[in-house]
Design a protein around this ligand. Structure first.
Ligand code: RI2
Length: 257
């Protein structure tokens, strides 16, 4: 299977992982024609996440693939360092989906005796990936169905999620918006771990609609819709953890101007 198909089928997923895999794939396509052809296919594979689009822009400006790969790594380390400061001792963190940026922050805070509640993240259940990764890192984790966030919210100290794009709203995995609204109703802060690579200045933007059979098998007469992401108004977000430090939503809006 090609990298493009792996990204489409979500064998490779997560905005940063997609960017890394794409850069490695493009390394094999040095010629301008072949490079442009592959770049177009990669961008079309998951159209909502912006990181890859921004990275392509950097490549066009003459940046080098190896440097960009290195930069993604150091950026994640910096986000982890800034983000762990928001996590108090014995904190219970609720997270959604599987975000490498979020997990870097959580792992950095491990010694504070934290616990994590991970949502399953239907329909693709990326919460399982998060749970497995946390167990490996020696962090206690409880996996819950998405509809249980209200049940567990009273126990939670903070909600921490990733981002696919930072626009006039936060674009992240479907289910982020109801999670953030629930957290606000219970007075719990919601933080986003996302590098400035996620700043999205694209004019054209669309939420990816994924295959209906990811939700369930056909039911005669029933229309099934499967949007991959939703849009959370910034008023529900306390701050964004970037490689440059902790930024308020209004700072993010300023960066987008
Ligand atoms: P990192 C994922 O999208 C999730 O929505 C996650 O929050 C986001 O990418 C960011 O991931 P998908 O590819 O860049 O699973 O923090 O649809 O790894």
């Amino acid at each position: 299977m090609s990298t493009v198909n792996d990204i489409k089928s979500m064998r490779i997923r997560g905005a940063s992982e997609i960017a890394i895999a794409s850069l490695k794939h493009l390394k094999k396509h040095g010629g301008k024609k072949s490079f442009n052809k592959e770049a177009k296919k990669l961008l079309a594979a998951r159209p909502t996440a912006v990181a890859l689009y921004n990275i392509m822009d950097e490549l066009r400006k003459g940046r080098n693939i190896n440097d960009l790969l290195e930069e993604i790594k150091t950026t994640t380390d910096k986000m982890a360092e800034h983000g762990q400061k928001l996590v108090k001792r014995n904190a219970i963190i609720m997270t959604h989906c599987h975000s490498s940026s979020t997990l870097a922050v959580i792992k950095k805070a491990r010694d504070k005796k934290i616990r994590v509640i991970a949502t399953m993240t239907e329909p693709r259940e990326q919460g399982k990936l998060t749970a497995r990764e946390l167990v490996k890192a020696g962090i206690p984790v409880t996996l819950i169905v998405d509809s249980a966030v209200g049940y567990f919210m009273p126990d939670v100290d903070l909600v921490l999620v990733g981002a696919d794009a930072l626009r006039n709203k936060l674009i992240n995995k479907i289910g982020t918006c109801p999670l953030a609204i629930t957290a606000n109703e219970f007075g719990k802060p919601v933080y986003v771990a996302a590098s400035t690579m996620k700043l999205d200045r694209r004019e054209k933007f669309k939420i990816e609609m994924r295959p209906a059979d990811e939700v369930c098998s056909k039911i005669a007469g029933v229309k099934i819709l499967n949007p991959a992401f939703d849009e959370t108004p910034w008023k529900y977000i306390r701050a964004v953890i970037t490689e440059e430090g902790i930024k308020k939503p209004k700072d993010i809006m300023r960066l987008l101007e």
